[in-house]
Design a protein around this ligand. Structure first.
Ligand SMILES: *[C@@H]1O[C@H](CO)[C@@H](O)[C@H](O)[C@H]1NC(C)=O
Length: 161
């Protein structure tokens, strides 16, 4: 089981972090291609989140005029979720989209289990070492030593298992 790489995309679709954990995993792509990947994924994610199927309950609520709706049946719709997983024969890309629209893209091999757990831990580290860093400017490239170090040691542990 191997975690190959992580990239973080800001809410405008710009690449703010890229990191390879395992040399000899994914082929290197050029800086330009990496930026294109970030922007493209961002766009596809936005479109797929608009494609969410209408839930039966929601469709019914829309069909009933508001005045005739029984009280208590108005539920808040689920927030739409866009593209979450992209899989090829050789790797898997899992996306986690935060409430503010920052996206974490984790590249792993196709047999990696518990990607959710790994993602969660990465997000925790981001909250602790990037968000709480007073010198970090939101939406800008992430250059935080602590984040780099904690991330490295956590992923190394997984990759050496
Ligand atoms: C990828 O990360 C390296 C090291 O942090 C950085 O120097 C480089 O500019 C980044 N590449 C892009 C396209 O952001």
């Amino acid at each position: 089981m191997t975690v190959f790489a992580l990239i973080i995309i800001n809410k405008a679709g710009g690449l703010v972090y890229n990191r390879t954990f395992y040399e000899g995993g994914l082929q290197k792509i050029s800086t330009n291609d990496l930026l294109v990947l970030a922007g493209t994924f961002h766009g596809v994610h936005a479109i797929t989140s608009r494609l969410s199927p209408v839930k039966p309950a929601q469709a019914q609520a829309q069909a009933t005029p508001p005045t005739q709706q029984p009280p208590g049946l108005l539920t808040r719709p689920e927030p739409p979720s866009g593209l979450e997983v992209l899989e090829t024969e050789n790797f898997r890309l899992q996306c986690f989209n935060t409430m503010t629209g920052t996206k974490f893209l984790l590249f792993t091999d196709t047999t990696q289990a518990n990607v959710d757990v790994v993602m969660r831990r990465v997000y925790e580290m981001y909250s602790d070492y990037v968000m709480k860093n007073p010198f970090y400017q939101l939406e800008m490239p992430i250059r935080c030593d602590m984040f780099d170090r904690k991330l490295s040691s956590y992923i190394r542990e997984i990759n050496n298992r």
